[in-house]
Design a protein around this ligand. Sequence first.
Ligand code: SF4
Length: 354
Amino acid sequence: MDFEQIRHLEQLPEEELAERILKIRKEQGKNVCLLAHLYQRKKITELADFVGDSYGLSKSAAQFEGGKYIVFAGVRFMAESARILARPEQEVLHPDPEAGCPMADMASLPQVLQAWDFLKIGKKTTPITYMNSTADIKAFCGENEGTICTSSNALKTFEWAFKKSDRVFFLPDEHLGRNTALKFGISPEDIAIWDPEKENGVDPESYGDAKVVLWRGYCPVHMKFTVRDIDHVRKFYPKAKIIVHPECTSDVVERADYVGSTDFIRTYVAKETKPGDQIFIGTEVNLIQNLSAQYPDRLISKLHRSLCLTMYQINLGRILYTLENLDTFERVEIPASVQYHAKVALERMLSLQG
Ligand code: SF4
């Protein structure tokens, strides 16, 4: 990778970059499929073939006619998921291979295997990993009769897991895990934490009876929202509706008016709000800004500052560099056995959706 050239491109005005990207897109036609996650900046989403959540995007790319090159504007685990679901002849390119999701990177395979050795004894345990995890962890779940969930179908995966086992081992997001467990009816006393930073995950005593063991991982962006932010909005905007993502802590989720995935948030604003409404949202700021630009007749605002820095690492300069070097740009590659087991877990998730 020519970093000097990337730095040069990153300095160019957005209009020029967008024009050059469009020109290549025109020349390449259906050969290239550009995907943009909902947390990407407006200029990027405007140029994309598909905008959506990570799972929806990967599915769209695999079904895209042509699409030899899939360029994924999002973080690394998303590009990996696209690789897992892509057709064999497709190539997946991630404009900044260093842009990982801090939460996904909080669970490494050796750490998870250490926990698993301990947790699989005694109770029949099903591992469930959130989509926001590395390909290794997805494969671990596939190999151990577990599955993957998104923030929209987490509850369904709990129902499935408890029909065939006594305990769920949920990773890597403690908060999505806890919010789902509580919604499923598990009492707080039946939930234990596995902290990978501590020897034997903190307190081995508590795992014996726990129905749900949560990996101590979190999204630094969604952790920023607090009950104080909610109280503040309630005080100064008493008519406003507050909607948050289930990666937020359970006290924030409890006090919000609505809780849901990025797609739920987008649909809520499109279908359930009208001109003059006030909506405060607890998720990544670019989704909020894009919605606010789309519906200028409503007040759509963030609950707190919430920029995802690694999402922000993807920019127009990087995308242009990727497109200008389609033949030589580093491919996202996943070892065959990891790919196989991760796909098993993803297909299991799909079969649960009926
Ligand atoms: S918003 Fe949170 S979960 Fe999403 S990519 Fe950023 S750090 Fe990861």
